[in-house]
Design a binder for this molecule. Structure first.
Ligand code: NI
Ligand code: MN
Length: 239
């Protein structure tokens, strides 16, 4: 457990999946992938409630459990328009679509959709369905704390705008390489975003995702980036 004393608890469920419990007890599940997620500890796969679910893009390692958990807990599902249409077809009622640059409130929290460089096809029955554009989210909590979930992305220079507009306190950044940034790109991302804290994600799930938090710290040192890297173990929480 790593302490920030901001009244919220953010648990890394492995890969790019996070569970946020806010000071008012709202539960937000970021990128619902727990069942088939080899990094997700057993106790992380069950929930008492889910008030909001965010989906960064259409890949299975980010939304494979969206339909099951969405039907069970009836959360507001914050996602792009195309994933909203897909989830509606699968029988989910609570989707609340949006697009990049926009914000919306759900469960008393503010969700801003940001850009991400990646792809977003949805694999379904041997077909790839168009899943709109991949994205990230900035979550603004009850006390104004801002958490940036980058989703899956390469580094892009408009991250400087995300830093300027939203000044995230905590940035959840992928570092695994191959499908996302490696630690080298993530260090440049951190230089633009200037978060107080970085929680690395999307590494270690499979042998091919080779980036490590130690490599990120090393790369940030080379660039003189001051953010603090808080490496969680799967199942561990930042509170
Ligand atoms: Ni992906
Ligand atoms: Mn992914």
């Amino acid at each position: 457990m790593k302490k920030l004393d901001r009244g919220f608890s953010l648990t890394w469920l492995g890969h790019n999946t996070f569970k946020l419990t806010t000071r008012n007890g709202r539960v937000v599940l970021l990128d619902p992938w727990v069942e088939g997620n080899p990094s997700c500890p057993r106790e992380g796969k069950t929930f008492d409630r889910i008030d909001v679910m965010t989906i960064s893009h259409g890949h299975g390692d980010h939304m494979a459990d969206a339909v099951t958990l969405g039907k069970k807990f009836q959360p507001t599902v914050v996602c792009n328009y195309e994933i909203h249409l897909y989830l509606q077809r699968k029988g989910l009622g609570g989707t609340s679509p949006m697009n990049k640059g926009g914000s919306q409130e759900a469960a008393g929290l503010r969700f801003t959709m940001t850009h991400a460089i990646h792809s977003s096809g949805i694999e379904d029955g041997g077909q790839v369905i168009y899943g709109g554009e991949p994205c990230g989210f900035v979550l603004t909590l009850e006390d104004g704390t801002r958490i940036y979930h980058a989703g899956d992305t390469g580094v892009f220079s408009d991250m400087a705008l995300i830093g300027e507009l939203y000044a995230p306190d905590v940035a959840l950044l992928p570092i695994g390489d191959l499908f996302t940034m490696s630690p080298r790109e993530a260090a440049v991302a951190a230089r633009m975003l200037k978060p107080k804290f970085i929680v690395p994600s999307h590494y270690g799930t499979f042998p091919a995702l080779t980036g490590t938090p130690e490599m990120l710290v090393e790369e940030m040192k080379k660039l003189g980036v001051k953010s603090e890297v808080l490496a969680l173990k799967p199942g561990e929480a930042l509170t």
